[in-house]
Design a binder for this molecule. Structure first.
Ligand SMILES: *Cc1c(COP(=O)(O)O)cnc(C)c1O
Length: 366
């Protein structure tokens, strides 16, 4: 068959191992997944109540324009309804942006390590990827700006960044946006927006009015705890949204996902509670790192990337045997580190005491 040349050698996204598979493989009755930054507290009880008594007609196609959800999100953000686009997760929006703007001969600029889907989608379209190493644990926006040339179509700023959890300061971001040519789309991927504490991270929504070439991506998959429903959204000026909407698949959110997202958005108390618990959980990991002299990235998210001073793959495997699925830094471009989703207090305690055991075994504390 006549595959695109660039498809050769590409592989499907490698997600964390499913819980059931790990249970079977290691004969465990309980396995905790701290690998994909889902919300350990699940989702709003209002969503649970709705789901147990839902009578939607799933034989019909959903509203492709997600009108009710659109009204709710636009009101929540105080933007126009025409400034929002919905995706089957923000993964879908990354693919839509890529499909609309990238092709052989143009290039796209991103940080490394960062979210792997920017590169993956760009490769499918045959565009050149320019990956700029992070500096002092953050996006090097100065070097990223230098990498932009007349053939650059899209720049990706993952803020906070996955897998490091770090943010770029608002001053740096503004300076960057002022200098990026206005025909280059800047994607601000804010999948962890709801978890940010730093006063260095201002609300980026006002940038939408100021810069016609900025799109913000947010999602219901992380803090809202609705990863399985696949709802993400983008916010930009109307002209950008209209172009991207033409590329979107006609029915890319289900009836159910649109309904639960509306309910989840309305329950901001749940989000605030989760954030508070996450802040406390983060402290457990930071204390552990300090106690054992392990470097860590200052995180503004619900995960933390920290040093293990051992082979990350070995630590990953040993923790899996003990019932915890995490991400090895080897898979994320950060060997010697692991990325762990902040769990409940109890999960974190158990995880850290088992990790202490594993690292002792590995001779890290000798
Ligand atoms: C998880 C994640 C996404 C994808 O989220 P979905 O909305 O579930 O597709 C996008 N960007 C980053 C940085 C993420 O960590």
């Amino acid at each position: 068959m006549k595959w695109k040349q660039q498809i050769y050698g590409m592989k499907a996204y490698q997600p964390g191992k499913p819980i059931e598979e790990v249970k079977r493989e290691f004969g465990l009755s309980e396995v905790v997944k701290l690998a994909s930054n889902e919300n350990p507290y699940g989702f709003s009880p209002k969503v649970r109540a709705f789901l147990s008594d839902d009578h939607s007609n799933h034989a019909l196609y959903p509203d492709g324009y997600a009108q009710e959800l659109r009204t709710a999100v636009a009101a929540h953000l105080d933007v126009k309804e025409t400034q929002v686009i919905f995706g089957n997760g923000s993964d879908d929006l990354i693919a839509i942006i890529t499909r609309a703007l990238l092709y052989p001969g143009v290039n796209t600029v991103m940080a490394t390590p960062s979210f792997s889907q920017y590169r993956h989608n760009a490769q499918i379209e045959g565009a050149e990827t320019r990956e700029i190493p992070m500096r002092n644990g953050k996006h090097d926006l100065v070097a990223m700006l230098e990498a932009i040339d007349g053939n650059t179509s899209v720049v990706w700023v993952c803020n906070p960044n996955n897998p490091t959890g770090t943010i770029v300061s608002d001053d740096e971001l503004q300076d960057f946006l002022n200098k990026v040519p206005s025909e280059v789309l800047v994607v601000l991927d804010e999948a962890y927006f709801e978890y940010v504490n730093s006063s260095d991270h201002k609300d980026t929504l006002p940038y939408i009015d100021k810069y016609p070439n900025v799109i913000i991506l947010r999602t219901f998959s992380k803090a809202y705890g609705l990863a399985s429903f696949r709802v993400g959204y983008g916010i930009a000026q109307e002209e950008v949204i209209a172009k991207l909407d033409a590329v979107r698949a006609p029915f890319n959110n289900t009836i159910l996902s649109q309904k639960v997202a509306i309910l989840a958005l309305a329950d901001q108390t749940f989000i605030e509670e989760c954030k508070e618990k996450n802040d406390a959980g983060k402290k457990q990991y930071i204390e552990f790192c300090k106690k054992h002299n392990l470097d860590y990235y200052p995180t503004e998210t619900n995960f933390i990337l920290f040093q293990v001073k051992a082979d990350s793959d070995v630590v990953f495997k040993e923790m899996m045997k003990r019932g915890f699925i995490i991400r090895s830094g080897n898979a994320l471009g950060t060997p010697g580190y692991i990325r762990v989703t902040i769990g409940t207090e109890e999960q974190n305690d158990k995880f850290l005491s088992l990790l202490e055991e594993v690292l002792t075994e590995q001779g890290v504390f000798a």
